[in-house]
Design a protein around this ligand. Sequence first.
Ligand SMILES: N[C@@H](CCC(=O)N[C@@H](CS)C(=O)NCC(=O)O)C(=O)O
Length: 214
Amino acid sequence: MAATELLLYATPISVYSCKLRIALALKGLEWRELPPPGGYCSAEYKAIVPQGTVPALRYGDALVVESDTIIEYLDDLGLGIPLVGTDPASRARNRALSRLIDLRIEPALRALFPLVGSGAVVPAAARDTILRHLETLQKLTGPGPFLSGNTSGLPDCGLCAVGLVQESLNEALQLGLPDPHCAQAYEALPALAPHIQTYRRALQDWVRSKESPR
Ligand SMILES: N[C@@H](CCC(=O)N[C@@H](CS)C(=O)NCC(=O)O)C(=O)O
């Protein structure tokens, strides 16, 4: 990394923080990571990042929030391997896929978080919603092995992270949802493997903390 370092505010359990780590690793960049001082949403953190959300990235004087915006910003700077796409059509496609994951699939999975450890039955409608969005994603994607095609790109960052959330909810709530396609392709990338393992462990710890609260 050049003289100016990339500083990532992130937490171990945040899915969008995982997405950013995946993006930085795919780009082949190095970064330093800090937890949000005082926790996300704290007054202390909001003095640095007014939105109070993670991830946030500092690069020199610039502070950027929103995972897709951060990835596009790094592409715009020419830092690391580009992820958004090389031509207008692939850029538009990758952005649309990324929004489907962030705005549809991830919230539908997140809605099930309160059920973990509660003993409650997952409503069929909630499971069907997730399944419908996954089917839409499948219809919109080509032969792969990645969402972006032969090489991984913007939407793969989100799907890799969200796929791990799905995997852990599948286990905790016996959802019986199919693994997101591309999951094996992500695991096979040496740059991603340690981040996948670390996030998987963080999710397992979180599930355990809900199942047997102290
Ligand atoms: N759309 C944002 C979502 C970021 C987000 O919601 N992060 C969560 C943690 S996974 C957070 O900071 N939540 C605190 C809040 O929303 O106030 C992105 O893509 O970065």
